[in-house]
Design a protein around this ligand. Structure first.
Ligand SMILES: *Cc1c(COP(=O)(O)O)cnc(C)c1O
Length: 379
């Protein structure tokens, strides 16, 4: 069977890079000439501007988002054995970050409409060992800062934001990453702000957390050959920071493109609700930055998610699933829960489908995607 040509790819990074490629080559060329590769000028600039854009004072660039979580938790004073409450419905890196910090991840279920952490479930999971909550601003939609701050204050818990999918998202007057004690970002290439490889950052308003993070990412050394922490080697490359400096001024426009695409999807998909095709609910109004546009193929749909995904592929529409297997059902993490423990998460994993979304996705392509969904569920 011959594959039909791809009409709509899931992401298209070259669209985003073409207009700025020569600018990027210029700044990279300058760094190559200067030999300024590690903890250089471009990194210092990006740390300040990205943190500033998010409404926060300090940024500390690290090798990836996972390290931003694990080192960031340590910088916040998390100790081995501390319990940290996290959503069962997240990318595995949230859990890895907690385990790398030698803390104990406590999973809780998500809300069935928004797919975000269920704060009522968080409240019931709190014990005397609980030290922190990690809200994951999944798909680009923030968990309510007001509710989280209230919960954190009442139980004296650290709020540590996993903002890896939420660069410049906002809700209730807060940017993603600006209301917790600290927040982790990823600059994996396909994130809303992506480098040309791996990259991450911790942002915080707490000077002590920032100082400890700088030490931890650089062999535990606050100054050369003085090692006050065990630490590790996890720095955001200066070349990657230079790429990100060029890209950051476009981020708001790119996020707006995604939001407009999502609104068009919402409009076109509205008539398919009674056939069981339901977009994941957006409760953060204008501040959702749609890292992913996710629909739920419910029991009411005439075909299930996997069949829909296969039919769309036959029609040249590339889709994704974020994520197909819940963390607690992964072979390495079965100690974190049993089948049935997090029913909303488990149902979503079987029913969700991520549709193509990226800056430059045209209205015609969105119409093609929705037409292909209509055709698939009516034939
Ligand atoms: C991408 C991502 C991470 C990890 O970032 P890396 O840079 O890939 O290590 C963590 N949490 C979430 C929710 C993510 O989407």
């Amino acid at each position: 069977m011959s594959e039909k040509p791809l009409k709509v790819p899931f992401v298209n990074l070259s669209l985003q890079h073409k207009p700025i490629q020569s600018q990027i080559e210029q700044v990279m060329g300058k760094i190559i000439q200067q030999g300024d590769f590690i903890l250089g000028e471009a990194l210092a600039e990006f740390e300040t501007t990205f943190a500033g854009a998010s409404g926060v004072q300090y940024g500390i660039g690290v090798a990836c988002g996972t390290d931003a979580i694990s080192l960031g938790l340590q910088a916040c004073g998390i100790q081995p054995g501390d319990e940290i409450i996290i959503p069962a419905n997240t990318f595995i890196a949230t859990i890895i970050g907690v385990i790398q910090a030698k803390a104990t991840p406590i999973l809780v279920d998500c809300d069935s409409d928004t797919a975000l952490i269920d704060l009522a479930a968080v409240a019931t999971a709190i014990t005397s060992k609980t030290k922190a909550i990690i809200p994951v601003h999944l798909y680009g939609q923030m968990v309510s800062p007001i509710k989280l701050l209230d919960l954190g204050n009442r139980h004296n818990l650290i709020i540590f934001e996993d903002a890896a999918q939420a660069h410049l998202a906002f809700r209730e007057g807060y940017h993603a990453g600006s209301f917790g004690k600290a927040a982790a970002f990823s600059f994996y290439p396909s994130k809303n702000l992506g480098s040309f490889g791996d990259g991450g950052m911790l942002i915080t308003d707490d000077a002590d957390v920032a100082q400890k993070m700088r030490t931890l990412r650089n062999y535990g050394a606050p100054s050369k050959y003085l090692h006050t922490e065990i630490g590790t080697n996890s720095r955001l490359d200066n070349l990657q920071a230079a790429v990100l400096n060029v890209k950051l001024p476009y981020l708001e426009t790119w996020n707006r493109d995604r939001t407009l695409a999502a609104q068009y999807y919402n409009t076109l998909l509205e008539p398919l609700k009674n056939k069981g095709i339901i977009p994941i609910a957006n409760h953060s109004s204008s501040g959702h930055i749609y890292h992913l546009y996710v629909i739920q193929v419910t029991e009411k749909s005439p075909i299930n998610r996997n069949t829909l995904q296969a039919k769309l592929a036959e029609n040249g529409i590339q889709t994704g699933i974020h994520y197909p297997v819940p963390c607690h059902l992964q072979p390495a993490y079965q100690n974190l829960g049993n089948p049935g423990d997090f029913p909303n998460t488990e149902t979503l994993c079987q029913q969700i489908l991520s549709l193509p979304i990226y800056p430059g996705l045209s209205n015609t392509q969105i119409e093609q995607v929705v037409a292909a969904i209509e055709l698939s569920i009516s034939s």
